[in-house]
Design a binder for this molecule. Structure first.
Ligand SMILES: NC(=O)c1ccc[n+]([C@@H]2O[C@H](COP(=O)([O-])OP(=O)(O)OC[C@H]3O[C@@H](n4cnc5c(N)ncnc54)[C@H](O)[C@@H]3O)[C@@H](O)[C@H]2O)c1
Length: 385
């Protein structure tokens, strides 16, 4: 894994290889970017009706992009489109029903997006749809077969279907449609200029912190999100050949509807990230055509500084008190080089969050527990309605 600014982990990728696959240098978060660079570009977002997807669609439509929201939640998708048209005045945002687990449904979604796009092409694809429901993988049940024997029942692998199969379909369709984008280039420019690059071929994969480490009780989610990381690592060394910029985001637990009350209660006292930081990280990757082949982890905003032991790892800063090299950040660069460094990153990151938990103490735990109970009550009421 390459170094985020301040993480100081030396890259093990030989320079000529990085250049050969057209991978850009680690992202410099101090360099500003602008979503205005997205004006008139056509963007498709799977799972765009809620959470991060809805946030992406709101911000990118506000910047003047043509946005296509694909989701199974028709009610939320239509409502989002009406809201965004009204608040931004941009009428080029559309909802199209799309079930990412269904190949034909995704084919139809992309086809409709091309047809309705003012420039008859797709500049950006965001493979975002996902679910995180209760995983019964470790709780086998049985059923009677035709002979009346008790046999293990076939497991429900819906989480893998949505989070991995769905992403594979989306990525495959991106490699079909992005190279057909009129006026975009089949060759990645050696000197990209995000202000002038009117057309693009950009694919964003939404993974998770679960792409980098296991989450107890969520085997399928871990399998699927590790699979997304595997896809990213595999594709990024060749996607340049089709002029496609490939990047990935790996959010930690972030406050969206996907995080169930149980997970919220298990996280109580710790730190949960904010959707706006994920939207910011994804907006940078989508807008800035200079960024290629990078993976960003997004977590809770923390104040950190380099450890004094020279290990290159970061430590939490509870009180500034004039300490040197303190920075506040929610976004980190990850999954760039190899597993050896990825594991080092995960250990350091989890260590930081454990330090946040200790710093917040019992008061933080109690506040989060109350919020988790309230979330459960509100959700039950919504379901009853
Ligand atoms: N929020 C987090 O803590 C977190 C952390 C890591 C990764 N992620 C990932 O971020 C992505 C977005 O999640 P979110 O947090 O915004 O959750 P969310 O539940 O708010 O949004 C997910 C969206 O995906 C849609 N969806 C579900 N199944 C679908 C299907 N078969 N076809 C099309 N759309 C479908 C849902 O209807 C919903 O609109 C997911 O891939 C999720 O795994 C979220």
């Amino acid at each position: 894994m390459a170094s985020a600014p301040g993480l100081a982990m030396p890259s093990t990728t030989p320079q000529p290889l990085r250049e050969y696959i057209h991978q850009s240098l680690p992202v410099d978060f101090t360099i500003p970017y602008s979503t205005s660079w997205l004006k008139s570009k056509t963007i498709v977002v799977t799972g765009g009706a809620s959470g991060f997807g809805a946030g992406f669609c709101r911000d990118w439509a506000a910047a003047g992009a043509n946005v296509f929201v694909g989701d199974i939640n028709d009610h939320a998708g239509e409502a989002l489109v009406q809201e965004v048209r009204k608040t931004t005045g941009n009428q080029n945002i559309h909802y199209i029903h799309c079930d990412v687990t269904d190949w034909d449904s995704q084919v139809g979604f992309f086809k409709k997006a091309v047809e309705l796009s003012p420039n008859k092409g797709i500049d950006v694809v965001v493979a975002n749809a996902g679910i995180a429901t209760t995983d019964t993988f470790m709780i086998p049940t049985t059923q009677k077969n035709a002979e009346g024997e008790e046999v293990p029942r076939k497991p429900n692998l819906k989480i893998v279907d949505v989070n991995l199969l769905g992403v594979l379909y989306t990525a495959h369709l991106a490699f079909y449609h992005l190279p057909k984008n009129p006026d975009s280039s089949a060759t990645l420019s050696p000197n990209p200029d995000p202000e002038k690059d009117a057309r693009d071929r950009c694919l964003i994969l939404v993974g998770s912190m679960a792409s980098l480490c296991g989450i107890p009780g969520q085997a399928q989610y871990g399998v699927a999100k590790h699979g997304v990381l595997g896809l990213f690592r595999s594709l990024r060394s060749t996607s340049f050949a089709l002029g496609v910029r490939l990047n990935m985001i790996c959010p930690y637990f972030i406050d969206t509807p996907i995080v169930p009350a149980l997970a919220r209660s298990l996280l109580a006292g710790g730190a949960m990230g904010k959707p706006e930081d994920v939207i910011d990280a994804a907006s940078r990757l989508v807008s800035d055509t200079r960024i290629r082949g990078r993976g960003l982890v997004v977590g809770p905003k923390v104040k950190v500084r380099p450890k004094e032991d020279g290990s290159g790892q970061m430590e939490l800063v509870e009180k500034d008190e004039g300490k040197k090299d303190v920075q506040e950040r929610a976004v980190w660069e990850a999954c760039v080089d190899d597993f050896e460094q990825s594991d080092t990153f995960s250990r350091n990151f989890v260590g930081l969050l454990t330090a946040v938990t200790a710093a917040r103490g019992w008061a933080g735990w109690a506040g989060d527990m109350l919020a988790a109970v309230r979330h459960a009550i509100v959700n039950r009421q919504l379901v009853k309605r």
